[in-house]
Design a protein around this ligand. Structure first.
Ligand code: CUA
Length: 157
């Protein structure tokens, strides 16, 4: 081996490391069973919420047999709709967006938890089997009323 071969080996080695780091950052959470970021997030400007037929009237809508879509808007310092009413034994896809600043949509006692970023629609599908009542809170500091930003999610029979 001459000196150039070693140099080439080092370059290739460095490239493998760089790609490895990027892959770890991008896919690292998959192996842990946690997906913090939905990378199919779509965009929606906060001032277009009123013109978007899903969010102009925040609601829960039946979209199939035992399947529902929940269009939720977070803003200082409320969630709409409130309460969010969902039938038991159903699968619900939440579409959550913010009208102003960053909030979170966190259903206490479940792993339903997402950051809500103005300009983006966070999407997540959750199954609800048993009737019950859950608190909805905001985990991201969003202003003076942050600690009072609460809603309710009711799973009805
Ligand atoms: Cu909304 Cu904190």
């Amino acid at each position: 081996m001459n000196i150039h071969t070693y140099e080439r080996l080092w370059i290739v080695g460095a490239m493998v490391l760089i790609v490895g780091f990027i892959a770890t950052i991008t896919y690292g959470s998959v192996g842990l069973g946690i997906t913090m970021i939905d990378d199919e997030e779509e965009t929606l400007a906060p001032d277009e919420i009123g013109e978007d037929e899903r969010f102009a009237d925040p609601r829960v809508e039946q979209v199939g047999e035992d399947e529902y879509a929940a269009y939720v808007v977070a803003q200082t310092f409320v969630f709409q709709p409130d309460p969010i009413e969902i039938p038991a034994d159903s699968e619900v896809t939440f579409y959550v967006t913010s009208r102003d600043v960053i909030h979170s949509f966190t259903v206490v006692g479940t792993n339903t938890n997402t950051m809500v970023i103005p300009g983006e629609v966070a999407t997540m599908t959750v199954e609800f089997d048993e009737p019950g009542e859950y608190g909805v809170i905001c985990n991201e500091y969003c202003g003076a009323g942050h600690h009072d930003m609460e809603g309710e999610l009711t799973v009805v029979e």
